[in-house]
Design a protein around this ligand. Structure first.
Ligand code: G3P
Length: 217
């Protein structure tokens, strides 16, 4: 499963990229607002650091507006992916970009039927929001499993991008459910490396090694 980081904060992206843990980046208008940065400027900076797909979301609500904004965003860098909302207009814009060979990420997906429509529109990525379904006491991961089954039934090439991931458990469950990608907050990605028994074992090894008085170099 590929890892995208869900952030518009460049320092977080650079740090994860240095660890070799990053396959791509997703942003949304809320994350851009949180970064306090100019949208197009920050997308250009992210694309200069990360070679994988970088999702940049349109703000328009109508298909023509989405197409115009998407065209502008696609000019920023070759690895920009146009993020479009899962509405009829968003699907129309998705079809337009797919025909032009521009990659798309159809976002705000909360049902299997929505995901089916996105695949039919030729979306590169579909973003089902796991955490926001869980917030409503619904089963976000069941949606990932349903989409996996439907896409496999018909051989759709749209990549399932598990979004609104909030915890390490979400990451594991998304991998088990067959998501192609998970977009994850930076802190959750870093937390995946932690285990209390790793820390405890390392502490003991360090003490025992020091007692030998040896040096490797
Ligand atoms: O990028 C979309 C998504 O990951 C949002 O997550 O935590 O705001 O539901 P969240």
């Amino acid at each position: 499963m590929k890892f995208f980081v869900d952030t518009a904060i460049l320092s977080e992206i650079e740090e994860l990229n240095d660890y070799g843990l990053l396959d791509g980046v997703t942003t949304n208008p809320s994350l851009i607002a949180k970064s306090g940065r100019d949208f197009k400027e920050v997308i250009a900076e992210i694309c200069a650091v990360v070679s994988g797909p970088v999702s940049a979301e349109v703000a328009a609500m109508d298909a023509a507006g989405m197409m115009a904004e998407g065209d502008r965003l696609a000019r920023i860098a070759d690895n920009v992916v146009i993020k479009l909302p899962l509405t009829l207009d968003g699907l129309k814009a998705c079809r337009h970009f797919t025909a032009k060979g521009v990659k798309t990420n159809v976002t705000l997906c909360f049902s299997a039927n929505q995901a089916l429509l996105a695949a039919k529109a030729g979306a590169t990525f579909i973003s089902p929001f796991v955490g926001r379904l869980d917030d409503l006491n619904l089963d976000g991961m069941a949606l990932i499993r349903d989409i996996r089954t439907i896409y496999d039934n018909f051989g759709y090439g749209t990549n399932i991008l598990a979004a609104s991931i909030r915890s390490a458990n979400h990451v594991k469950e998304a991998a088990l459910a067959g998501a192609d990608v998970a977009t994850i907050p930076a802190a959750v990605i870093k937390g995946l490396a932690s285990h209390t028994l790793t820390d405890k074992g390392l502490d003991q090894f360090a003490k025992d090694w020091a007692a030998t008085g040896q040096s490797i170099l």
